[in-house]
Design a protein around this ligand. Structure first.
Ligand SMILES: [Fe+2]
Ligand SMILES: [Fe+2]
Length: 294
């Protein structure tokens, strides 16, 4: 690409990029709340509070976090003309790389190793959807879900260092949801296909809230690999001898995701959604008649 060929998205940016790009605002916010690996009191891990199941669960979550590599590559390809979003990817990718590191570090302190082979396996991911707006909405919801997952981990574990790590990661994921939301909002405001974008947003929401297990998205595998690991969760619940709390926490994760995702997507596309039951109705309303009869 020559310097004369300015991408459409760049042409839409204001002349002063420090004022106009979302990246700089998000970058500054990230720096203000950034936690440091060396501030985690690794030597204070309470081994009496660590169970084999908690180790297995943390390993699964760390593996699921590794899918960010493929996601970043795909984002940089699909949004290569977006100078703002692709810069913010560097912040997101850095933080998402830090997440498995923190979890692997916690395991390492307990004598658990993580091999290069596992790392390669963890990088394998499922394909993204075609719509750029849909990709952004997918990531808003998946970050909300990841944040809810770490909130649940924070509540599930009694081990204080893992608790702190889970708290930090839950905060990062919530901020990522806000970041993807900002880019999705900008894309929607500039959209020349508003109705199609609304429909894509509703479809993503429907897939997540209605058929969560079928959604092919990297971060969703955190949910798939943990909440669907029934055996592990049952064993965990036996270990904690408190199944009621475990069930409550699982319900809580789904509730947090559902409520926040509904509110955010509703706000984003300007359609009031009182509950998941409204989503399908709105999809039917927005689907063009020609497609309905096909
Ligand atoms: Fe993460
Ligand atoms: Fe994230």
């Amino acid at each position: 690409m020559s310097v004369d060929q300015i991408p459409q998205t760049a042409a839409e940016e204001p002349s002063d990029i420090l004022e106009g790009l979302l990246h700089y605002k998000l970058f500054n916010e990230a720096e203000k709340v950034r936690w440091r690996m060396e501030d985690i009191p690794w030597s204070s891990i309470d081994r009496s509070k660590v169970t084999p199941n908690s180790l297995a669960l943390v390993r699964q979550i760390a593996l699921a976090e590794l899918t960010t590599y493929a996601a970043t590559r795909r984002f940089l390809q699909e949004f290569s003309d977006d100078i703002d979003f692709t810069q913010w990817m560097s912040v997101w990718f850095y933080e998402e790389t830090k997440h498995p590191y923190a979890l692997i570090r916690w395991m390492h302190e307990l004598g658990e190793t993580f091999s290069a082979k596992e790392m390669v396996r963890g990088r394998i991911t499922a394909p993204f959807m075609k719509s750029r707006f849909g990709m952004l909405v997918t990531n808003v919801i998946s970050e909300v879900n990841a944040s809810a997952g770490y909130t649940v981990l924070y509540r599930m574990t009694d081990e204080p260092v893992l608790k702190l790590v889970a708290k930090n990661l839950a905060g990062d994921e919530a901020r990522h949801a806000t970041g993807f939301f900002a880019y999705a909002r900008r894309a929607f405001e500039r959209s020349k296909r508003v109705e199609e974008d609304r429909l894509d947003g509703l479809k993503v929401l429907h897939m997540w809230l209605g058929h969560n297990a079928q959604v092919q998205h990297p971060v969703n595998t955190v949910g798939l690999r943990t909440s669907n690991e029934q055996d592990m969760l049952e064993e965990w619940s036996k270990a904690t001898a408190d199944q009621t709390i475990l069930e409550q926490q699982s319900v809580l994760q789904q509730q947090i995701t559902r409520e926040r995702a509904l509110g955010m997507v509703s706000n984003l596309i300007g359609i009031e959604l009182k509950g998941p039951e409204d989503i399908m109705e709105k999809i039917r309303e927005l689907t063009p008649k020609s497609r309905k009869t096909n």
